[in-house]
Design a protein around this ligand. Structure first.
Ligand SMILES: CC(C)=CCC/C(C)=C/CC/C(C)=C/CC/C(C)=C/COC[C@H](O)COP(=O)(O)O
Ligand SMILES: CC(C)=CCC/C(C)=C/CC/C(C)=C/CC/C(C)=C/COP(=O)(O)OP(=O)(O)O
Ligand SMILES: [Mg+2]
Length: 301
């Protein structure tokens, strides 16, 4: 048997995966970069609302967010196991690194981690967590296939990390926290639309009614650009209202350019465009953290 034929016979067969392939696959299911970034957003929400006065609540809220994001991602790959044979054959389930049952059990454990970390938090934070965990569970089967609805749910979930962080430390939803919620939700909406354009082939085969399938790719991407332009215009607000220091502007303006570039690039290459958008969003996250640190006077600027 040739090596090519041998490797082909292993595709999709989790029984033959080695323990290290399975461990790597489980880690990949969580999308660790996204889980860590979501934790940073929650930290920023808490920090903006109340500084570092409640360290236990901050650690619990960051852990809950990272667990919830990891759980949401893992259960999405479980529900998407058939469609991903077309859209993302390199994901852990279709490539055979993790079994379907293994992914489900792992998701349940991650959801349990999120629930346990939330229990020590105030009631407003618990309420946000309950809504978010239900939305994460329902996303793939209920919301993803409705035009624009799945995109709006992921946008809300990402933005809600700031509200969750603020609520965890007993803070109020002051202007800066609400603006961060809006900015990250709008940028996420734009990227999710570009990701739907990237996935049109598999989604159509599965009978989903995502925005580009229903209204067309160009119209969806134009809506995405319009939403992002609003977010970019609003990105000066945290500085203008005095919430953030000068480092914020120094980082957020290049982030705005990278995100706009990504949204426009998605018209010719949705995959490259959504990747560029994500890089801009990570840079904007750094701007939020640096902006808050410089505003607090913790670092002379
Ligand atoms: C205009 C302006 C300044 C906008 C702010 C943008 C901002 C800071 C957005 C936050 C983005 C971020 C760091 C999110 C954390 C990671 C996360 C939870 C992403 C959502 O994931 C859903 C996505 O469908 C997963 O797919 P993939 O990344 O392709 O694996
Ligand atoms: C604050 C708390 C407690 C929770 C927030 C949790 C967060 C930040 C969730 C962010 C959004 C998220 C991780 C959603 C999970 C489902 C999802 C959209 C996964 C990505 O799926 P892909 O396979 O890339 O895309 P589709 O499946 O949508 O095509
Ligand atoms: Mg998926």
């Amino acid at each position: 048997m040739s090596p090519a034929a041998g490797s082909e016979s292993n595709v999709g067969d989790a029984e033959s995966a080695s323990p290290s392939e399975t461990a790597r696959g489980l880690l990949e299911l969580t999308r660790p970069g996204n889980a860590a970034a979501a934790g940073v957003l929650t930290f920023t929400g808490a920090f903006v609302a109340d500084g570092l006065a409640a360290p236990v609540a901050i650690v619990a809220a960051v852990a809950a967010t990272a667990f919830a994001t990891a759980a949401g991602n893992a259960v999405n790959d479980y529900f998407d196991r058939e469609i991903d044979r077309i859209n993302r054959p390199d994901r852990p389930i279709p490539r055979g690194a993790v079994s379907e049952r293994g992914a489900l059990v792992f998701s349940v454990a991650l959801f349990a981690g999120a629930v346990l970390s939330t229990l020590v938090l105030p009631v407003t934070a618990i309420a946000i967590a309950v809504v978010n965990l239900v939305a994460l569970l329902a996303y793939t089967e209920l919301f993803k296939g409705l035009p624009g609805v799945g995109n709006a749910v992921v946008a809300y979930l990402t933005g809600s990390t700031f509200l969750f962080g603020a609520a965890a430390v007993g803070g109020t939803f002051e202007t800066t926290v609400l603006v961060l919620f809006g900015l990250s939700a709008m940028a996420t909406f734009t990227r999710e639309v570009a990701k739907d354009v990237e996935d049109v082939a598999g989604d159509r085969e599965e009978g989903l009614r995502t925005l580009p399938i229903v209204v067309g790719e160009r119209r969806s991407l134009t809506l995405g650009v319009a939403v992002l332009v609003l977010a970019v215009a609003a990105s000066v607000v945290p500085y203008a209202v005095g919430g953030f220091g000068a480092a914020y502007l120094a980082l957020v303006l290049p982030a705005d350019v990278v995100m706009l570039w990504g949204a426009l690039r998605a018209f010719s290459d949705p995959s490259a465009g959504q990747t560029r958008l994500k890089q801009g969003m990570f840079l904007a996250t750094a701007a939020f953290v640096a902006g808050r640190i410089t505003a607090s006077g913790a670092i002379p600027w």
